[in-house]
Design a protein around this ligand. Structure first.
Ligand SMILES: [Zn+2]
Length: 475
């Protein structure tokens, strides 16, 4: 108990510089595998704090790892810093207003995610140095969480092979150690090739790749009735074959995201979608090339670690929001629907509390909500290392994921308080594992039991490499 007070003071001692790091990352939003400026910021901070730094981790130029300490167990704290397209937004206001530029924005709060994770790792490092205790702590700077599955590639490259425990968090509207339920997810591209022709003079000579994409989508939409109810399929047209309706489209491309409760269920659905694509090609006399872009597994929980994390949350209490924080959150809530707000409560399984726009409580462990029907590449780490993820309130209750409202709130005082709180919860849990051999053993036993029946198989085919992007030329 005394130890956690000490490490929380170490978090507070450095909070200002890490809040500033988060704000800088917010101001340079970069999307999957282009995070060159963000990783440079994280690398510089790791060096400034005295970590032993490995750049270009797993052959990914926008991934970095910093390690400190000697001997003992290895605790990995995972951070992210990638942004999203289409979510550019001015900070600190409560109306949609994109900033000039490429339209990218931190609409999932990963500016906070990475900074708090490194702050936690730094506090553990400072604690180990101050006490001379054995143990190693690592900060993993992980790019491309949004659609890039970087952690799955990093797992495949062996980046976590000597790690004992992994800890991470995500910015949220409600503070809790969630049910570990996320969906396995594949992103697959279907590129149809047909034959161009004059659509009026020689329509019989053309074979439309766009027709094939449309028929494939219709086929998949008919399949929806006959798939598991917690599976999810969605698609985006990457290439509709051109803008001239009088030219039969010779090329068209659609990207699918296919999600299911577990890896086996996803692989089965993948095969059904492939068959539909092949059927569409057959119907239209086109050909189809199918390629997997990325894939992640479903998330495995870890009961002993989740309980340890929850105890840290209880000892910390809720995030210390003040009246000004609540006032801004109420302005954000005014932009949301009643349904947005109720959905947040329903998801975690607690009754709505209309008196507060910010989470000034901790969701009980026993609350049984609806599963988080999203996907994350943290899941692949959870298959090879006992992993715990905490969610800590950084924004108004009801704020939808991937929204301009998250970008707007990403530099607010409430967000800073939430990220520091998350760093304390993670550092406290890391310390519990370093101080309690039994907890470490129980976490490993829990992990063995969860993976005994179905050992981990990387969902990314061996020939698929991360879609690395070139370093932008200096202007
Ligand atoms: Zn996210």
């Amino acid at each position: 108990m005394q130890n956690s007070e000490t490490i929380w003071q170490m978090v507070d001692a450095k909070r200002t510089e890490f809040e500033a790091l988060s704000d800088r990352i917010w101001g340079m939003p970069e999307i999957a595998y282009t995070e060159y400026r963000s990783v440079a910021e994280h690398t510089a901070m790791l060096k400034a704090q005295g970590f032993r730094v490995t750049e270009n981790l797993a052959g990914i130029p926008t991934a970095v790892m910093g390690e400190a300490g000697e001997g003992g167990p290895v605790i990995a704290i995972l951070g992210e810093y990638d942004a999203l397209p289409g979510l550019s937004q001015e900070a600190g206001i409560a109306e949609p207003k994109p900033l000039p530029g490429n339209g990218y924005g931190h609409g999932c709060g990963h500016n906070l995610l990475g900074s708090a994770a490194m702050l936690a790792a730094t506090a553990v490092k400072d604690f180990l140095e101050a006490t001379g205790r054995p143990g190693r702590v690592r900060y993993y700077g992980c790019p491309a969480e949004e659609g890039g599955a970087a952690k799955a590639f990093m797992v495949r490259a062996g980046a976590f092979k000597d790690v004992d425990i992994a800890i991470t968090w995500h910015p949220a509207s409600l503070t809790r150690v969630g049910e570990a339920l996320s969906l396995a997810n594949t992103r697959m591209d279907f590129h149809f090739t047909g034959r161009a022709s004059h659509a009026a003079a020689a329509p019989h000579l053309g074979r439309s790749a766009l027709d094939a994409v449309e028929l494939m989508n219709v086929g998949v939409n008919y399949m929806r009735e006959h798939m598991p109810s917690d599976a999810r399929i969605h698609y985006a047209m990457l290439d509709s074959g051109g803008i001239a309706p009088n030219v039969v489209q010779a090329s068209a491309k659609v990207r699918y995201a296919i999600r299911a409760r577990d890896l086996a269920g996803m692989l089965a659905l993948n095969e059904r979608v492939r068959k539909i694509a092949q059927g569409a090609a057959l119907m239209t006399e086109t050909t189809v090339a199918i390629s997997i872009m990325s894939a992640v597994s479903n998330m495995l929980g870890n009961t002993p670690l989740a309980e340890a994390m929850h105890q840290n949350l209880l000892r910390l209490g809720p995030v210390p929001f003040d009246a000004a924080d609540r006032d801004y959150a109420a302005q954000i809530q005014a932009t949301l629907s009643e349904e947005d707000i109720l959905t947040d409560y329903r998801r975690v399984g607690i009754p709505p509390r209309p008196d507060t726009p910010l989470c000034d409580f901790i969701v009980p462990r026993e609350a049984k909500g609806e599963p988080m029907i999203g996907s994350t590449d943290v899941a692949d780490v959870s298959w090879v290392v006992p992993t715990v993820e905490v969610r800590v309130a950084t924004h108004a209750i009801g704020t939808p994921g991937h929204s301009w409202q998250i970008t707007a709130q990403g530099k607010a005082p409430a967000a800073h308080k939430g990220m520091v709180h998350a760093a304390k919860a993670m550092a406290g849990t890391a310390l519990d594992v370093l101080s309690d051999e039994l907890l470490l053993a129980r976490a490993k036993q829990d992990h063995r039991e969860r993976t005994a029946a179905t050992p981990y198989v990387c969902p990314i085919p061996p020939e698929v490499q991360p879609p690395l992007q070139p370093r932008p030329q200096a202007a």
